[in-house]
Design a binder for this molecule. Sequence first.
Ligand SMILES: N[C@@H](CCC(=O)N[C@@H](CS)C(=O)NCC(=O)O)C(=O)O
Length: 218
Amino acid sequence: MALKLVIGNKNYSSWSMRPWLALRANNIAFDEVFIPLYTGAADKARILDFTHSGKVPALIDGDITIWDSLSIIEYVAERFPETRLWPEDRARRAHARSISAEMHSGFAALRNECGMNLHRPIRTIALSADAQANIARIQQIWIECRERFAKLGPFLFGAFGGADAMFAPVVHRFRTYAIPVAPEAQGYMDTMLSLPAFQEWTRAGLAETLLIDRFETA
Ligand SMILES: N[C@@H](CCC(=O)N[C@@H](CS)C(=O)NCC(=O)O)C(=O)O
């Protein structure tokens, strides 16, 4: 039975983007179930039919349901070990998981102030000190990985992996809010921007016409 990935609007749903990329960049077949977000009780009920969390993304693999972006990436890594979503080396794997968890649980100011919105015209906004600290820390994470692992390939730990999937939406946030970055961080963003799966998601998001008012503010 085909895997099913339940996702929200590609234009806005940064959490959906992460596991979608982990699957697509590795050519793993799955059916996509699109549920438009924040359109009312009916759509919420559709999400609840798949997962009691009431949130997307969720992955359905036969009678197994996995919800939450990072858990889905962990599941895909286990189910399809050939994807090497986590580095083989234990120290690098610990590093990749640490920065992925840091992304998953942190950077609230950046997330609140610079929501992912692919079709938003590119322009700067005034950012809080907390958001600026988030931006500095994310660049530090990327640059440290590039300095240590550039010889293995162009992504954070060489080939595209789970940590890259976790940080992919930040690339859109930095781009859309015209956030100045260091050249090494820009190099990583360019690598992500040229990933075919990233481009496919972006094209589909830009083609969406549904607007969510609460995300059209900044
Ligand atoms: N920590 C969760 C966050 C999931 C989440 O907040 N999803 C949002 C969309 S990006 C959602 O489903 N919102 C719909 C709702 O709350 O009704 C994850 O990593 O998957």
